[in-house]
Design a protein around this ligand. Structure first.
Ligand code: S6P
Ligand code: ZN
Length: 176
């Protein structure tokens, strides 16, 4: 017997708050949650980013990240970053708003990055850790789609960090 059909929906740079309203999970990451990630200490109660995640559909999860503009010291606001536990789980990021960089790296030290603006997409292959950085002056909003059973390994990045960081140098973002 077939399960009941879900309703299709479209998400764009204008209607994404509607999608946020339908999400079953809402995570808020503040400075105090990220004290070990930035080189300098963030203000504890400052919101760095929020994630809204919908119920899984068609073996895929859809999550919207709103990364606030700003810096901690010279380092731009960023997400924690993680590997997927499933070695076959890649991910696709669609930029809806703002300007950002997806930093990626493998366990054997390869690094890469994709710069995003509205309309751009980043394809993250399996086995690449990924972190999002907001290098613009406004919210960076992106939609992520990934397999339901990806699993998230935060421990490796929490312990070892990312090889590359994005800092402001002479008023512009630089990957160092
Ligand atoms: C999930 C996907 C995103 C991130 C979100 C926050 O696989 O990559 O939805 O969860 O951007 O980043 P993080 O590293 O704190 O999970
Ligand atoms: Zn991911």
């Amino acid at each position: 017997m077939n399960a009941a059909a879900e309703n299709p929906f479209g998400i764009n740079s204008k209607n994404y708050p509607e999608f946020m309203g339908r999400c079953s999970e809402h995570i808020v990451r503040k400075g105090k949650d990220m004290a070990d990630y930035f080189t300098e200490s963030p203000e504890p109660d400052k919101i760095i980013y929020e994630v809204y995640e919908a119920e899984s559909q068609a073996n895929m999860r859809t999550a919207l990240t709103v990364l606030k503009p700003g810096k901690v010291g010279t380092e731009y606001h960023m997400t924690k970053g993680h590997f997927h536990e499933d070695p076959e789980a890649g991910e696709v990021y669609f930029c809806l708003k703002g300007r950002g960089i997806i930093l990626m790296q493998t366990r054997d030290g390869r690094t890469d990055e994709v710069w995003l603006e509205p309309g751009s997409v980043a394809c993250i292959p399996p086995l690449w850790a990924h972190r999002t950085v907001n290098v613009g002056n406004y919210d960076f909003v992106m939609l992520a789609i990934f397999p339901t059973d990806s699993g998230h390994d935060y421990g490796t990045i929490e312990k070892e960090g990312f090889i590359k960081r994005v800092v402001e140098e002479n008023g512009v973002p630089k990957v160092v």
